[in-house]
Write a protein that binds this ligand. Sequence first.
Ligand code: VGL
Length: 192
Amino acid sequence: MSNGRALIVVDVQKDFCEGGSLAVTGGGNVALAIKEFIAENEGRWDHVVATRDYHIDPGSHFSENPDFVDSWPPHCVVGTEGAQFHPNFDPRVASAIFDKGAYEAAYSGFEGHSGEEELASWLRGNGINTVEVVGLATDHCVRATAVDAAREGFTTSVLLNLTAGVNPDTIASALAQMRHEGVELQGEPVGA
Ligand code: VGL
């Protein structure tokens, strides 16, 4: 039965998990927890979609001296191992994959494309009006994706137990921003 709901799995990639170039503490566990949550909740969503940070030359998003707020060590470069999905997450559950950030910073999955199609139009075209957002990292790409989802008019929740973040301060401000934008926060934040 169609329920108009989708799960958006944000950036569960090797570079954001332990051993990666921009590892988020608990990233690998989040990947596994997402996989189990999907397996245990068949029918909860019409579609699962995934996003990927997928950089070629994103300019000042990469830095030799990153501030870990606006600039970062090189990560998720197309063709490298770090850009791959974490092995704890099987992307075959996803109906579509949205890549973002080839030539600029792109925190939101709504900046991503699957072939020629953007995430918002793909979701609308598939009858989706409600989204649940999980993945990495709470304070950056999950935040930006959830905020854009709400602004695009989707009823939006973030399942915090299925996210992990970079830094406690930016996690706190991300939670405040998401609430302010009308995103429903479920569960407890996991992070640094
Ligand atoms: C992300 C920092 C830099 C994320 C991406 O996926 O949250 N964080 N690029």
